[in-house]
Ligand binder design. Sequence first.
Ligand code: FE2
Ligand code: FE2
Length: 355
Amino acid sequence: MRHTHMNRRDFLKCAGAVATLPLTTVELAFADADRNFTFAYISDAHIQHIQGTKFVRNWDRGLIRAVAETNLLNPRPDFVVFGGDLAQLGKKEELDHGAEMLSKLNYKMYGVLGEHDYYLDLGEYWSKLYGPHYYSWDHKGVHFITLNSILTYDKWTFERWPSAEQRMNEMAGLDNPNGSPFMVGETQRAWLKKDLAKISQDTPVVLFSHSPIQKIYKGWNFWTEDAEDVQAMLESYKDVTVVYGHVHQIQYNQIGNISFHAVMATAWPWPYPQSYAQAESHLPKLTVPMNRANPFHERDATGWQFIDVNSGRIAMHYNLSDNTNRTVKYNPDIGKPEDSFYQAASRQVAPQQHY
Ligand SMILES: [Fe+2]
Ligand SMILES: [Fe+2]
């Protein structure tokens, strides 16, 4: 498997396409071209019902625009993933309205459950629309896994709240101390173990979850309680990529052989928790220097992304509404994801210009 070198002129040519098509990709060529493919990712639409046929317009517009742009992609992605939080408060009206907008996608779509879809009826209605809460499939030599990572302790889910509505509302708050840490849970971990046993160690694995399968910041539930257990199950596989939503911001990281990439939201950006810098105990093992989008721009981190899978490692192309577009991709030379402008440039002589 060999990457053809993409020179600066080629990159500029690709970047130039951004002006006409907000969602774009840079396709890398391989010795075995049959293995190249792309898929698109849309996440965190948070469709919110007001009353009757009224919904919060901004969130609707974000999803409508993402769907329309995804349908215009060239090359066509092989499939689309919706990364969770389709609804704001898990209501049937919200899921139906969101599903109606997503049904306009001209591609097969895979769904991931978010906590906003789940905690009203424990994912029952979501399942009617999108099927099982966790599953796997193979595509062109890559093993894809979708987990429901937003479960929590049974006591919290089943015993603490007098009504399903209150349970949903408590989990919906970003920094609500009445929330409870997310987890994949024992049942799914047992399933995952069996699922992974079916593939060889050198099969590329791409795992989708809603919450990060790493511990980033517990106070805002940017957190999965059994993250280490899931990571341990993946550690013997050669190429593992985890893609997650939920955090509504650009994040990437590398833990051992696993590279992590967050996808952005179509609804709104979350700010970056101050504790990233201040509370050492809350920091994940950040092994990759990260250049984030600017959280002071209102729509920052709500742009579109396109994902390339080539040798099984993912490259994320961020087309930001109000900031410099960027690409973060796995660099086999250093064994980590890298921002192609900032990190790659900093390893060379002074960067010349922005693109
Ligand atoms: Fe969300
Ligand atoms: Fe979420």
